[in-house]
Design a binder for this molecule. Structure first.
Ligand SMILES: Nc1ncnc2c1ncn2[C@@H]1O[C@H](COP(=O)(O)OP(=O)(O)O)[C@@H](O)[C@H]1O
Ligand SMILES: [Mg+2]
Length: 254
């Protein structure tokens, strides 16, 4: 009996050490907090890359090497992670998390310990009401035979929402401008890669697809990244309210 309790305790400790609570899941990794042990001190979060599906072992290693260079550059302009939550690596080389097998992770996964601050919610979760309302409105209008009638009926709400989105995306644009000012393209702008902190401020995350441009960024490259985010977040707007969509995309704030 005594032995059983002891074993159970050890098991619980192991699970915590290997990752704790899952904060979120993307296409390429899962993020846990608190993180794994890292030179004796726990990293704040740990990302475990999903090797085997969309990513080979080789690709994961390349991503990590590239991330180290990008993080060093981000650290120069944002040492306190006030704008970007970037990994501060604890290990020289990432560890294969074969010990995690019992926790449902496979031996092929690579766990990367990050000293990266913990954020509250993604942009979409933080502004769930606005995004849901916009989605619902677009679906209703799109699926209706009386599209023209509904389009007119919902116009005032659509205008009010568009104004809200300009404010929300405007804050993201400020962050993206900072990133672009050091000639880094984010490469994966979506509402899941913008985190909202408890105090309501925003941070960009997930630099796995980022790249440092060897020449100063062209205006079209910068615009493209913002457009990706807006397009993904506001599907349907360009078809149903093309003028509002254009107004949002062309707003000086966005
Ligand atoms: N510092 C953090 N605090 C809280 N949640 C986070 C943090 N970093 C990542 N996440 C969550 O984990 C998800 C996946 O992380 P991300 O680095 O974007 O992986 P992927 O490359 O798979 O998209 C995010 O969308 C978010 O929900
Ligand atoms: Mg992501």
């Amino acid at each position: 009996m005594k032995r059983k309790t002891l074993r159970r305790k050890r098991q619980a400790r192991k699970t915590r050490k290997q990752g704790g609570v899952r904060l979120g899941k993307g296409a390429y990794g899962r993020v846990y907090a608190p993180g794994m042990l890292c030179k004796g001190t726990p990293a704040q979060v740990t990302k475990v890359l999903n090797i085997g599906r969309d990513m080979t072992h080789e690709a994961a290693m390349n991503t990590i090497r590239k991330l180290k260079v990008i993080s060093a550059k981000l650290n120069e302009i944002d040492p306190n992670q006030d704008f970007f939550l970037y990994p501060e690596f604890c290990d020289e080389e990432p560890t294969l998390s074969n010990e995690n097998k019992g926790d449902g992770l496979t031996i092929y996964d690579i766990a990367v310990s990050y000293n990266m601050r913990r954020a509250d919610k993604t942009l979409r979760e933080a502004h769930k009401a606005e995004f849901d309302e916009a989605d619902k409105m677009m679906d209703t209008i799109y699926e209706s035979e009386d599209m023209e009638i509904l389009r007119k009926k919902h116009r005032p709400e659509a205008e009010a929402l568009a104004d809200k989105f300009v404010v929300i995306f405007g804050k993201v644009k400020t962050l993206l401008d900072k990133l672009h000012s050091i000639d880094i393209l984010h490469g994966d702008m979506s509402s899941q890669n913008v985190m909202v902190m408890k105090d309501g401020s925003y941070r960009l995350i997930d630099f796995d697809f980022s790249r440092i441009n060897s020449t100063p960024l062209e205006p079209f490259q910068k615009r493209e990244e913002m457009k990706n985010l807006v397009d993904m977040s506001l599907t349907g707007w360009n078809k149903i309210y093309p003028d509002l969509y254009t107004r949002m995309v062309n707003s000086p704030a966005i």
